[in-house]
Design a binder for this molecule. Structure first.
Ligand code: IMP
Ligand code: MG
Length: 431
């Protein structure tokens, strides 16, 4: 049985959750391997909306296992809240459906406070983080002073770790002009309580997945954020603090590189970005406003209006390279319905020089002016269409052009928010 990685090929919010939800039908286990509750998936099944930030989208399928790997940073308050909400709606009937790595790092109250205080202090130079404590938690992981899920399960150890870490956190917060409200005893008590709540899900995920593979199960790795937000390969420093690319899928859950058979990249039919950082094909005009309005481009996590623009073929080609994409799925095609013309950035002009590939220096990207190719739009609505051949000819030409520019085939198209509003030309699990 094949194992498939789904990653964002742009700046996040490509609609990965929807594609993961759909592909989950053919997988046995869904694995998250990086990021935390900075992510946000809005899923619509039969008209009912569910927003998830930490638990893999696959949880809505009874009988499918969802795994949070060691590479994820987990906010236990969010985990517990999502479990409670799912159960209140009659979902997640079997607790065996969810597993979280004992080695996943825990987002503690000081991480959130530091994230927010730093952004406030940075003013104009801010990253525009989600304020969920993601960066500071990964920093503590790499600095070897983090708190892991296993620490929540041992109150004495948790108390020791909190005691060791708090003084420096308080100092940093004071320096940033924040007034930290961090009570040591209260934190230990609350997080030990979270520990008791999550204990039944906490496990050795590497061993668990190894056994699942041996038993012939197939895995679906669910990436969060997108390629251009990768800490190594994105528009540094305007990135998230983890590796979002496909290579991290196995590191973030304790398997070897041969565990991946297929890499699927997700891209919108246009582009969006939340937060600061270079974005050459951004539209700050009426067309950008139209994309935001029709595409309902407001963050699932922070509610912020997303920046919008035309599709960037250089970014997609780059995503194909650094992820090793086998295929692309294009989402929100319906948002482009009725545009007289659609454009694709096919090159950049940087200081009068034409670039055909993504420059590796983000400062060059900051100065890049997109060179557009213009294609005729389609006037028909595509939302009700369910087969490739039914798509308007001009919509198919647009998709074909994406294939040519990226040298990656487009195997799926999403034409609406609901699970059913998807056209799959090829299923990565049934090749
Ligand atoms: P952080 O991940 O909260 O540290 O934020 C760092 C950058 O990544 C900011 O520009 C965020 O807007 C962006 N970001 C983080 N998570 C997501 C996501 O799930 N979708 C889109 N952008 C994200
Ligand atoms: Mg999102």
């Amino acid at each position: 049985m094949p194992n498939v990685v789904v990653v964002g090929a742009q700046w996040g919010d490509e609609g990965k959750g929807k594609i993961v939800d759909l592909l989950t039908m053919d997988a046995d286990v869904v694995v998250r391997f990086q990021g935390g509750n900075n992510a946000g998936h809005t899923l619509v099944v039969g008209g009912e909306k569910t927003v998830l930030h930490l638990i893999p989208a696959g949880i809505l399928h009874p009988g499918k296992a969802c795994v949070i790997g060691n590479g994820v940073v987990a906010d236990p308050a969010v985990l517990v809240m999502e479990i409670d909400r799912l159960k209140a709606k009659g979902g997640m009937k079997d607790d065996g459906q969810l597993a979280i790595s004992l080695d996943a790092h825990v987002i503690m109250p000081w991480h959130k406070a530091i994230d927010i205080a730093r952004e406030q202090a940075a003013g104009q130079g801010k990253i525009g983080t989600t304020g969920r404590g993601i960066g500071p938690t990964y920093e503590d992981k790499v600095a070897r002073r983090g708190v892991r899920v296993r620490d929540l399960l041992d109150e004495a150890r948790l108390a020791r770790k909190v005691k060791e870490r708090l003084p420096a956190a308080r100092e940093e917060l004071k320096r940033l002009g924040a007034t930290p409200d961090l009570d040591e005893a209260a934190i230990v008590k609350q997080y030990a309580e979270y520990g008791r709540r999550v204990a039944r899900y906490a496990t050795d995920v590497s061993l668990w997945l190894h056994r699942a593979l041996k038993a012939g199960k197939s895995l679906l790795f669910e990436g969060a954020q997108g390629t251009m937000l990768d800490v190594d390969h994105g528009t540094y420093p305007f990135v998230t603090s983890s590796n979002t690319v496909a290579g991290n899928a196995v590191i973030g859950c304790g398997l070897g590189p041969r565990a991946v058979d297929y890499v699927l990249g997700i891209s919108k039919a246009y582009s969006t970005r939340v937060g600061s950082g270079p974005y050459p094909s951004e539209l700050s005009d009426e067309t950008g406003e139209r994309l935001r309005k029709i595409g309902n481009e407001f963050g699932a996590t922070t509610g912020r209006p997303r920046r919008t623009g035309w599709l960037d073929a250089l970014a997609l080609r780059y995503a194909a390279r650094v992820n090793g994409l086998d295929a692309l799925a294009i989402t929100k095609l319906d948002v482009l319905d009725g545009f007289e013309k659609v454009k694709i950035a096919v090159a950049y002009d940087v200081d009068g020089k034409r670039l055909d590939e993504m420059p590796s220096d983000p400062e060059q990207l900051e100065r890049a002016k997109p060179v557009y190719e213009e294609l005729p739009g389609w006037s028909e609505k595509v939302g009700h269409l369910r087969t490739w051949d039914d798509l308007p000819k001009l919509a198919r030409s647009y998709l074909k052009r994406i294939e040519e520019l990226t040298e990656v085939k487009v195997i799926g198209v999403s034409v609406g928010a609901d699970r059913g509003e998807t056209i799959l030309r090829e299923n990565p699990f049934r090749r």
